[in-house]
Structure formats: structure tokens, C-alpha cells
Ligand binder design. Sequence first.
Ligand code: TXA
Ligand code: MG
Length: 318
Amino acid sequence: MSVTDPLETAARLVDVDRAIAILREGGLVALPTETVYGLGASALDRRAIAAVFATKGRPTHHPLIVHLADADRLPAFAATTDDAWRLAERFWPGPLTLVLPRGPLALDEVTGGLATVGLRVPAHPLTLSVLAGFGAGVAAPSANRFGRISPTSAAHVAAELPTVPILDGGPCAVGVESTIVDLSGDVPAVLRLGAVTPEAIAETLGRPVALRTEAAKTAGGERAVAPGQLASHYAPRARLELVPRDRLAARRAELSGAIVVLGDAELGHDAATWARSLYDALRRADATGPDVILVPTPPPGALAAAVLDRLRRAAAPR
Ligand code: TXA
Ligand code: MG
């Protein structure tokens, strides 16, 4: 993974007003959120959406999340339910994406032709200003090349994507992608783990929530329930090995070659700190060109399951 020249990053920075103007002109702009940086485009502009897929190298059937300034704008993009309003009220702005039956403004290009659309109100003041000023929805996948590590700083975006202008909002406070909950079926189902836990969702809704975070097997082979849930994802270039914490020292002793260990010393002493530092640490480790990046299972905390999920995918065979 290339390390970007700070001057190159600085040359690409834009302010809130410029970011709004770019979206209005049908351009792309990288936007900070509390989870990861997104590659934003007007959700109503088919050509801008096509440019998002081309810039990421992402297959076009993978749906994009539409970002809104506030929950009041939900009905334009989706059919709402009591459950949707309850979750929006408790968790927005915040790291939760709702999957709902699509509404009039949800384009096929955004939903990948699905009958549903993913929506969220992100908790970052600069991006909320952009969303409010722009006035419409902004489709934004994570601002990385398809299959690779999501960016959690402006410098990461600059290293991932050439030429895209960037609104620098500092390092992301959460550090892993939003929780995705599908409310379009009979039973609410979590499709991607994140900072909002399945337990917190179930408690808010007052009913059980299913976990559907594994890629589903179908007659046609592997099909991703949510394509962020591909078995191999969030991947560094080096081989990543995930080991139980009590086996870390023993496994380290078995390995030879250039090994980078990422443990509590590098990532912090609780799961939330791990989540915040993980992607940056993986990028830095990768940049040294190691044979193996060795990572123990994360420490406990509300974010432990989300971190473990990302590490499993980063470690999955490619
Ligand atoms: O935290 C986040 O959600 C970040 C920031 C930028 O908001 N965005 C993000 O977007 O992670 P992306 O495109 O990298 O991942 C979005 C995930 C994909 O796995 C996609 O398949 C899923 O959301 N998704 C979007 N719409 C969906 C839908 N209608 N049904 C099921 N999954 C959906
Ligand atoms: Mg992504």
C-alpha cells in the first residue's frame, strides 16, 4: 500500500462549501464520517453513481448506502416502519444503516436493482453540514479500492484513490463501518456488525433480531447477503493470521520471515480503541512489506464482535 506524500494529500483538500458544489456539479468527493471515510456522490445523479463504481473498481450490482442530513428525509428514499423510526430516533446520527423497502428517489444504480435501500445519518459535523447544504441524499461507499481496507483518515483516502478531492474531518472516531440492519423482512436482521450491537437493536425494538452476517450459500454458489460481507474483504496485501490471544506467543515463535505482530501494545486495551486504530495499523504494517501480520483476538467490549468480524475477513483466503 503506497504511503502518500502529505503535500499530495494537502493539495486535494476541500472545504464544506466546495464539497457541496462538487456534489451539485455531479462530481465525487471523499467525506469523513464517524465510521470510515466515504466516497460521496449525489444519490440522484446516475452518472455520478457510475463514477463511484468506476473509481472504486467495484462491481455495479453492489448497493450503496444513501447518507441523509436527518431522519426527516427518510420517506423520500424508503418506505418507513415503526421499527425504522425507533432505531433512527435512538441511533441517528450514528453508525447504523437501515435497510428498508425502497422509495421513489432510490435509483436502481444505487440499490443494485434490489427492492430495498440502505440509509443512514452519519455523526460527523462536517459531513452533516455538507448533507444539509446539498439538501439531497449522498450515496457513499467506503472510499477504498474494492475489497481493500476502508480509510479512516484523509491520508488513507489519498493513498487509496487518485485525484478525488477530500474533505478532511480528522481520524474517524469509531473506525469500523456502520452496523447494517435489514428491516424489510418479517424479522429484523443484522447484515454487518458495527458499533451498534445486535443486543442494543433488539432492546430498542423490543423483539429478537437475527444475525445474517455470513455470506449465504445458494444454488449459484456464494452470494453475499450484503456484499460487504464477502468472505475476503478489508484485506491488507500481506497474509493476515488471526490467533487466539493465549496462543500469540507460541504462534509467533513458530513463524519465520518478516512478521509484524499487532496486539494490545499497538491497538489499545479495549475493543473500542482497537476498532479506532485497526485499519491505520493494518495499513502501516502492510507498508513495511511483511510476510505475515499476526493479530490476536480482540479484547472484550461492545466492538469486539465487529473487530473480530473484520479480522476474519482480512484473514480469509483470497
Ligand atoms: O460506515 C459505513 O457504512 C460507511 C460510511 C461511509 O457510511 N459506508 C460503507 O459503505 O461501509 P460500503 O458501500 O463500503 O458498504 C455498504 C454495505 C455493502 O456491504 C452493501 O452491500 C450494503 O451496505 N448494502 C447497501 N444497501 C443494501 C441493501 N439494500 N441491502 C443489503 N445490503 C445493502
Ligand atoms: Mg466498503
